[in-house]
Design a binder for this molecule. Structure first.
Ligand SMILES: [Mg+2]
Length: 489
């Protein structure tokens, strides 16, 4: 059993992992997303709220009344899945876009069905939706329920899956826009938000090291104000209000458009919440909208002097790194639970390695028998031609023996392959009973993991894990190593 506390003394689930080396000492400006980054939500209660509010809109729009019996199932989906909204399927895809598992409603597709629909040459997953954020979980869960309802009650909803999904998006946006969801969160923040008691200390540690901080969120000012006040309320004796932590506050940023667009900044009028056209420095107020290029020129910081921390691989990370070369840190909350499970599943990996090694030896043995058999067959042909009865008899006997050995070894190989498959499945069930580990598909990297490795310089389970590390720490990546440089056999 490997301890979850490595030599550094930092519990493994709280460590920061490095894809691309980063010298924290060179970072002058550290930015944070708000929702699910600085302010982690109680996933279950928040998603359930969003599910119910959106469902109400379906019924108001004339969908069957019986849908109101749907309840949010918090343990069916995970992040990183893809949605084929045309066919009504949810998929888990590996880094080579190979669909490894798929559900239609709650019915699992067979291997043959998956093969026919997806794993064909020319298959393109570009039009699929990805479950990148926690916010998307309730959306896709509702879609799964609607697809299942459609299978159980054919014809009751006279729309295609794509049309249903279009309605779903419209109703979710409406629930956000009309305040149905937000007002409820603001009324009972303790029910929907989780306070990170180390957050203030983590931010102050960065400030004390001379770094500047900024908040960059897509949420509107009034909501941001309420959430941040709750999250940082009396969190540090030197900071009276949540605004005091930040050098720059940007709300309504429309990420990822913020990183590529040209929208101007508007100053938010503190008391009325109204917006005023703005030019010049971004200090002493909160600003709405804007764009990253202008942000860089107004703050005087740019490119790899900036580290941006967010939880959305697409909205926060891919564009900020790709377009502006900002350094990035992705928050993957799931790691908090998954890392201890990975530690506990090491015995599975060990057993798998042992079997894979035996299998390799057996493959070699099989190849030897096949060669011997081929040679015997050639000799037999010659013996048939010469009519040497004794030789024919001896060669036929050896051929039969080789055939028997071949068949026994093939059976053994099959047993080993089944055992490996079983071990993979047993191991995956330790993580999620349906979809397995977030970052893996069987022994391969999941599509989600592939994106994390390509775009997030750093990743970790939470913002306040930064408190374990020096603000001058040189984060070094092991990924620079090529396969032939790895240790081991
Ligand atoms: Mg977020």
């Amino acid at each position: 059993m490997i301890s979850s506390k490595p030599k550094t003394g930092i519990p493994k689930q709280n460590r920061i992992f490095v894809n691309r080396s980063l010298n924290f000492g060179n970072i002058k400006l550290v930015g944070f997303d708000m929702d699910h980054t600085l302010a982690p939500y109680n996933k279950e209660s928040f998603e359930s709220l969003s599910f119910q509010k959106t469902l109400e809109k379906f019924i108001e729009a004339g969908y069957p009344q019986e849908l109101s019996t749907f309840t949010y199932k918090h343990n069916f989906l995970i992040r990183g899945l893809m949605v084929d909204k045309e066919r009504g399927n949810v998929l888990k895809v590996d880094s080579h876009k190979y669909v490894k598992d798929a559900y239609h409603g709650y019915k699992r597709l067979t291997k043959e069905e998956r093969q026919t629909l997806y794993n064909q040459p020319g298959f393109n997953s570009q039009n699929f939706i990805t479950v990148d954020t926690f916010f998307a979980l309730s959306e896709v869960q509702l879609f799964v329920d609607l697809v299942q309802y459609n299978s159980d009650n054919p014809g009751r909803i006279s729309k295609s899956f794509s049309e249903i999904y279009k309605d779903l998006r419209k109703f979710i946006d409406a629930s956000h826009a009309d305040g149905s969801i937000k007002n409820e969160v603001l009324r009972f923040p303790e029910k929907y938000l989780m306070k990170d008691k180390h957050l203030a200390r983590t931010l102050v540690r960065l400030i004390d090291s001379g770094k500047r901080l900024f908040l960059l969120t897509n949420s509107q000012y009034a909501y941001t104000q309420s959430i941040m006040s709750y999250v940082l309320h009396q969190a540090h004796e030197d900071f009276d209000s949540w605004q005091d932590y930040w050098d720059y506050i940007i709300v309504g940023a429309s990420k990822p458009g913020f990183f590529t667009g040209t929208q101007p900044f508007f100053e938010v009028q503190e008391h009325s919440g109204l917006l005023k056209v703005h030019s010049g420095s971004l200090t002493n107020a909160a600003f709405f909208g804007g764009n990253a290029r202008l942000f860089e020129s107004l703050t005087g910081f740019s490119g790899d002097e900036i580290l941006y921390v967010g939880d959305h691989i697409y909205g926060d990370i891919i564009r900020s790194k790709g377009v502006l070369n900002w350094r990035t840190m992705l928050i993957i909350k799931e790691l908090e639970e998954e890392i201890p499970k990975i530690e506990n599943s090491l015995s599975y990996l060990q057993s798998m390695d042992e079997i894979l090694e035996d299998k390799e030896a057996l493959d070699e043995e099989l190849q030897k028998i096949r060669s011997l058999k081929a040679a015997t067959r050639r000799q037999l042909q010659r013996a048939y031609q010469t009519g040497d009865e004794k030789k024919i008899h001896n060669l036929e006997t050896s051929d039969n023996r080789l055939e028997e050995r071949l068949n026994n070894n093939k059976k053994l190989l099959k047993t080993m392959e089944t055992r490996i498959k079983d071990l993979i499945e047993e191991r995956e069930k330790m993580f999620h009973p349906i979809w397995g580990e977030l970052m893996k598909v069987g022994l391969e990297r999941s599509r989600f993991a592939h994106q994390v490795c390509n775009y997030a310089c750093l990743y970790s389970s939470g913002v306040s894990n930064l408190r374990y590390y020096s603000p001058y720490k040189k984060f070094t990546s092991l990924l620079e190593k090529l396969p032939h440089e790895m240790h081991g056999k």
